[in-house]
Ligand binder design. Structure first.
Ligand code: OGA
Ligand code: MN
Length: 224
């Protein structure tokens, strides 16, 4: 069944087909995460692929963790490179628009209060990885929902680079996600530790986070 919301979700006033958003919402309601292969709308997939293909090596920065943790930039936790997405290009704007539609849908359904969205391209060269981590920590209540989409056509099982999503700290087996073009992964940022296994070929993805408005006057972040 195709569920069309009565109120438009897009800023240009067109009505958005919310079938995919409601499927993601159902998954999150049931299990806190969603894995949807071949789900990203074709126009958004194409836009992101165009952006990614046009990114010069020099646009990427060696990824760090948190704020100024220099020792973490030396390959301890993650070795991938990232490039933040702004709405400056039509393609970037298309992605941000789509993510905004998901944000609006989830806010209406779950009253999540998602307030802002940030995202970046990531590039894992062969051998790169991102060790088991959380995207957010309890009490910091900033990153609420993580969103990852993959941009790799014809990814093979032997190419490695799977995302492994763990149910909790005790889970050692996890659920593996092949980073295949068009797959969408969404999960509650505080709930699911996860890692990226070493890739054997260049691996391209976009990772994003929906935040609640956690900023307040004079707040020192991180707390001292
Ligand atoms: C991240 C992350 C997962 C992936 O960037 O925080 O966990 O599959 N990415 O790229
Ligand atoms: Mn992560």
């Amino acid at each position: 069944m195709v569920a069309i919301l009565q109120h438009p979700l897009s800023t240009d006033g067109t009505t958005v087909d919310t079938t995919l958003f409601s499927q993601i919402g159902d998954d999150i309601e049931r299990q806190g995460y969603s894995i949807r292969p071949a789900a990203l709308p074709e126009n958004v997939t194409r836009a992101l692929s165009v952006c990614q293909a046009g990114l010069a090596e020099q646009s990427y920065r060696r990824a760090g963790i948190g704020r100024g943790d220099d020792y973490l930039k030396n390959g301890f936790v993650r070795t991938d490179e990232i490039c933040w997405i702004t709405g400056a290009t039509a393609e970037g704007a298309q992605w941000i628009e789509w993510a905004g539609g998901l944000q609006t849908y989830l806010n209406r359904r779950f009253f999540l209060g998602l307030f802002s969205f940030e995202s970046h391209f990531s590039h894992y060269a062969p051998g790169d990885y991102y060790k088991r981590h959380y995207d957010a920590f309890r009490g910091e209540a900033n990153r609420v929902l993580s969103l990852v989409v993959y941009l790799n056509p014809a990814w093979q099982a032997t190419d490695g680079g799977e995302l492994v999503l763990y149910r909790d700290d005790a889970d050692r087996a996890g659920t593996r996600v092949v980073p295949l073009l068009g797959t969408i992964v969404t999960f509650l940022s505080e709930e699911f530790p996860h890692e990226v296994l070493p890739a054997r070929r260049d691996r391209h993805a976009v990772a994003g986070w929906f935040r609640v408005n956690a900023s307040s006057e004079g707040r020192v972040d991180p707390p001292q």
